[in-house]
Design a protein around this ligand. Sequence first.
Ligand code: AMP
Length: 120
Amino acid sequence: MTYDRNNVFARILRGEIPCKKVYEDEHVLAFDDISARAPTHVLVIPKGEYVSLDDFSANASEAEIAALARALGRIARERGVAESGYRVIANNGPAAHQEVPHFHVHLLGGRDLGGMLPRR
Ligand code: AMP
């Protein structure tokens, strides 16, 4: 899948749309989800143009991959959910109902999040 430079997260990265920034470094931006599903619902995104986890893991540098993992842990600690528990989710592609075609990881916490997925 080719990267769509007009997706909403690309526009946030270019500063064309505002966001509630939680964390930023050379490789990563993190901001509050506009439609939060939990008291903590942060989206952690690479600054590079990657559509999905498989794209990111195949094409990003070691530094970009490390930065994303470190940002997730850091935000979990800073938001105070590391002790109580939290969840990270990355929706990739149609079966996962990925809405925004820029790779992102949801970090959710601050309440009991229930079981992982309903069984079918
Ligand atoms: P996904 O289904 O994993 O692609 O999730 C996309 C997420 O992006 C949803 O949880 C949306 O609420 C969130 N979202 C969409 N537009 C914005 C925005 N402008 N600022 C922050 N979050 C957004």
